[in-house]
Design a protein. Structure first.
Length: 395
């Protein structure tokens, strides 16, 4: 917590008409307990007289929330994948930890400000819940130290806790559907807002994921192939990830419809490139889900009576040429209706029927087998009422 957020107000002189503000550029340390922030926490300002300022829990919360306003005005530092990869390659965990400590609060503050800029946000339960979650994470980041004497893993556990909190899905887009129904925001305004919000979210998840992967046990880093690798890899193999995604989606399709078209993945000269394997797996799995659903429904398949009927296979071709890797997915599911082409990239548009169980991001990230995915679906549905740690964020 910087001194700029807690300005010292000297005693008002009789000739003064207002309180002058004197900001001391010195750090303020606030003590906290392992179970949370203790009421009456002490903030020490290390100035010339080593002045000690005592804060109540309520006042500390006010100061931290005031920091959200100031930090939201800052510009987040732009990063390239190569810059982050170099930090990891050099095993410079201290440099990356310092970067996270500085940049994550700025990015969280910007998203909180975006949520608060929405008209009537306080009347939309989903938006209120997501905002509350981001404020909680922001406060934890600002109260955490990169290095704590006697507790070297505190910063790592803080990031793991925050990463898990924001892994749930659902509420944000649902809240925007309420905005659309009330005609508070146009569909174009909603799409533009969500594009910006999710872009910030991806950058944050990438930074956290890179650090967590860097600090993970060595044996996990040395795995020859991991489609759920959450950090940047210079050997991201699109063909292997597409093959794995095809197997997962075929299982999911059989579970949902009772049948599935075959998915043929062809390597037409692909070359590994620098990317995040988990992101590529997620993109391919979403596209393949669309293809298998369209293929099954186009032929009028249903869970009963579909057995024994052949369907045209879905084809996936992966190739690399002139420094560009291309992945083409083709099916005979009927294509996109002409009247839906203009809305195909809208967050508000879908032709799918609503699922009985909201699927969590955890099940999408690592469905190693069908049973785990099913259990995650049930767990996610039951956890919506479990309190803060199960709060849903995005769908």
């Amino acid at each position: 917590l910087t001194a700029a957020a807690v300005p010292l107000l000297p005693r008002q002189s009789p000739a003064s008409s207002a309180w002058p503000v004197r900001v001391l550029e010195a750090p303020v340390c606030v003590s906290s307990s392992s179970s949370g922030f203790a009421a009456g926490a002490t903030a020490r300002r290390f100035c010339g007289l080593h002045q000690e300022v005592r804060l109540t829990q309520e006042r500390l919360d006010q100061l931290l929330e005031a920091e959200i306003t100031s930090m939201a005005r800052k510009e987040a530092r732009p990063f390239k994948l190569q810059n982050i990869l170099e930090m990891t390659s050099n095993s410079n965990s201290g440099e990356l930890a310092a970067l996270l400590h500085e940049e994550l609060p700025v990015r969280y503050a910007q998203r909180i400000a975006m949520l608060e800029s929405l008209p009537g946000w306080h009347n939309v339960e989903g938006i209120v819940s997501v905002r509350r979650m981001y404020i909680k994470s922001f406060k934890e980041l600002r109260m955490a130290d990169i290095v704590q004497p006697g507790n070297p893993d505190a910063w790592l556990r803080c990031l793991q806790h925050i990463n898990k909190r924001h892994s749930r899905t659902n509420l944000l887009v649902g809240g925007f559907k309420q905005f659309a129904q009330r005609e508070v925001l146009s569909e174009m305004e909603i799409n533009r807002w969500l594009d910006r919000f999710f872009a910030l979210r991806i950058s944050t998840n990438l930074l956290i994921g890179q650090y967590l992967e860097m600090m993970s046990p060595r044996e996990r880093k040395d795995e020859p192939f991991n489609p759920y690798h959450r950090s940047i890899s210079s050997e991201c193999c699109a063909y292997k990830i597409a093959t794995h995604a095809a197997a997962v989606i075929q299982k999911l399709c059989v579970n949902w419809y009772g049948c599935s078209p075959e998915i043929h993945v062809v390597d037409a000269g692909s070359v590994p490139f620098t990317f995040v394997p988990r992101y590529l797996f997620y993109i391919l799995s979403e596209l393949l889900k669309n293809s298998v659903r369209a293929t099954v429904e186009q032929l009028g398949r249903s869970p009963a009576g579909a057995e024994g009927v052949e369907m045209v296979p879905i084809k996936v071709i992966v190739c690399t040429g002139e420094g560009v890797t291309s992945i083409r997915i083709s099916d005979e599911g009927g294509g996109i209706p002409l009247d839906g082409l203009s809305r195909v990239w809208s967050y508000m548009y879908t032709t799918a029927q609503p699922a009985d169980f909201p699927i969590s991001r955890e099940s999408v990230d690592a469905p190693t087998d069908l049973k785990r995915l099913e259990m995650s679906m049930i767990s996610s549905a039951n956890s919506l009422h479990d309190g803060d740690e199960a709060t849903s964020e995005h769908r």
